[in-house]
Design a protein around this ligand. Structure first.
Ligand code: PLP
Length: 381
C-alpha cells in the first residue's frame, strides 16, 4: 500500500541535494571552523559560503545570519536575546496566544527568572491578532513583541508588516517566528520591518538540527549560550558547517521550487482536499483563516472523533497525519491554538492537520480522501 506523508509542517521530506550537500561538506569540513590551520579554514570557508548564500536569498547581510540547531533554538535566542539586551526600563513583553511553545516558554522563562511581565495578544476565531489590541498593550515599558508569521497548526498568517511598523513607531523590538514560511515562499527580511526572524531547516528539506536567526544589523542581542566567540559573539559553540551547507542548499532549491505557480497549485490542492473531505465526512469543521493562511495547510475538526484515535487509524490506512503540533505529542492537552481561537475543549481535541509537501500528485487527492473517510467511519464506529 502506498503511504501518503501529509505532515510537512512537522518535518518536510529531505531533499536529496540537501543530503548530498551535507555529506560532501562533512567530508570536506574536517577541521573546526575556529581553527587557523588548513583544515579549520576549509570548514570556515564552507560555513561562510553557506552564510553568504542564505543571506543573499533573504535579501540580508551575511553578518545578520546566526546559525542555530533549529527553529526552537532560534526562537529562544530571538526572544531571550533581544529582551535581555533591551534597556532596563523596558521589562514588558507581548506575544500572541497562538505562538509555538518555543516562543511562549521563552517568554515565561523571562517572567519567572528575569522579572519581565507578559501580555498575551488575543486572536479572533480565525486565529488572527488584532492591531488595535496590540496598540493598546504596547507601551513605553514594552521591550519586545513576538508574533509568528504563520501558524503551524491552522496556517493562519499574521499581519506582520503592520505589527512591525507599529513596533518601530514606538521603539519596540519585533521578533517573528517565520519557521513555517521561510523556504516555502519568498521572504525578504527588510520588507517586514522586524528586528529578528526565526527559521528552521528541516521545514524546507534540509537535514534536521539546522536553523538560523536573522538579526538586523545594529540590533543588540544577549547571547544565550556562553563559552565561545562563535557567530560573532552571539551563539557560543562549535559551528556545524555541514548542517549549514545543507540548509543553504535546501533553501535555494526550495525557493526555486516554490515559485508562485507551484504555490498556487498547492493552494488549489488544499481547496480540493477540503471540498472532498467536506462532502465525505459529515459535520466536519474547518479551522483557520479563509484567505490569510499557508497554501499547504488544512486543519479540521471532526466532532466525536478524537485526534489520537484518528491519527492511529489513519496511520494504519497509510496516511501520516498530525493533530496539530508534533511538539505536543504525548500531551493529553488540547491545542492552545484552537482554545485561543474559541473552540471548546471537546472540539479542540478532535483536530486533524493535513500539511502538504510538493510530493502529493493531483490525482492522489481522491485516494487520500477515500482513506480518510474510511478512517472516520471506523473511529466513529
Ligand atoms: N516555530 C514553529 C511555528 C514551528 O512550527 C516549529 C516546529 O514545528 C518550531 C518553531 C520549532 O522548530 P524546530 O522543530 O526546528 O525546533
Amino acid at each position: 500500500m502506498k503511504r501518503y506523508y501529509l505532515d510537512a509542517n512537522a518535518h518536510a521530506p529531505l531533499l536529496p541535494e540537501a543530503a548530498e550537500a551535507y555529506v560532501v561538506a562533512l567530508r570536506a569540513a574536517v577541521g573546526n571552523p575556529s581553527s587557523t590551520h588548513t583544515e579549520g579554514r576549509a570548514a570556515r570557508a564552507i560555513l561562510d559560503q553557506a552564510r553568504d548564500s542564505v543571506a543573499a536569498l533573504l535579501g540580508a547581510r551575511s553578518g545578520e545570519i546566526i546559525f542555530t540547531s533549529g527553529g526552537t533554538e532560534s526562537c529562544n535566542l530571538g526572544v531571550l536575546g533581544l529582551a535581555l539586551a533591551a534597556p532596563a526600563s523596558r521589562r514588558h513583553l507581548i506575544c500572541s496566544a497562538v505562538e509555538h511553545h518555543a516562543v511562549l516558554h521563552a517568554c515565561e522563562h523571562l517572567r519567572q527568572h528575569h522579572g519581565f511581565s507578559i501580555s498575551i495578544l488575543p486572536v479572533d476565531n480565525c486565529g488572527r491578532c488584532s492591531l488595535d489590541a496590540l496598540k493598546s498593550l504596547a507601551g513605553e515599558q514594552t521591550a519586545l513583541v513576538s508574533v509568528m508569521s504563520a501558524n503551524n497548526e491552522v496556517g493562519t498568517r499574521q499581519p506582520v508588516a503592520e505589527i512591525g511598523e507599529l513596533c518601530r513607531s514606538r521603539g519596540i523590538l519585533f521578533h517573528t517566528d517565520a519557521v513555517q514560511c521561510v523556504g516555502r515562499e519568498p521572504v525578504l527580511v527588510h520588507n517586514l520591518a522586524c528586528d529578528a526572524l526565526s527559521a528552521s531547516g528541516h521545514k524546507f528539506g534540509s537535514v534536521p538540527g539546522t536553523g538560523f536567526l536573522w538579526l538586523k544589523s545594529g540590533v543588540a542581542l544577549a547571547p544565550v549560550t556562553v563559552g565561545g566567540a562563535q557567530e560573532n559573539q552571539r551563539r557560543a559553540g562549535t559551528e556545524n558547517a555541514a548542517a549549514a551547507a545543507s540548509l543553504a542548499t535546501a533553501l535555494e532549491l526550495s525557493l526555486n521550487q516554490h515559485q508562485a505557480p507551484d504555490r498556487a497549485r498547492m493552494h488549489d490542492q488544499i481547496e480540493n482536499l477540503w471540498q472532498r473531505v467536506a462532502q465525505s465526512v459529515p459535520s466536519v469543521i474547518r479551522n483557520g483563516h479563509p484567505e490569510q493562511r499557508l497554501d499547504n495547510t488544512l486543519s479540521i475538526c471532526v466532532p466525536g472523533a478524537s485526534s489520537e484515535d484518528v491519527m492511529i487509524a489513519a496511520d494504519l490506512e497509510g496516511l501520516s497525519l498530525s493533530s496539530g503540533s508534533a511538539c505536543m505529542v504525548g500531551s493529553a492537552l488540547p491545542s492552545h491554538v484552537l482554545l485561543a481561537m474559541g473552540l471548546g475543549r471537546e472540539l479542540a481535541s478532535c483536530a486533524i492537520r493535513f500539511s502538504l509537501s510538493r510530493e502529493l500528485e493531483e490525482d492522489e487527492v481522491s485516494e487520500v480522501v477515500a482513506r480518510f473517510a474510511r478512517v472516520i467511519t471506523r473511529v466513529k464506529g
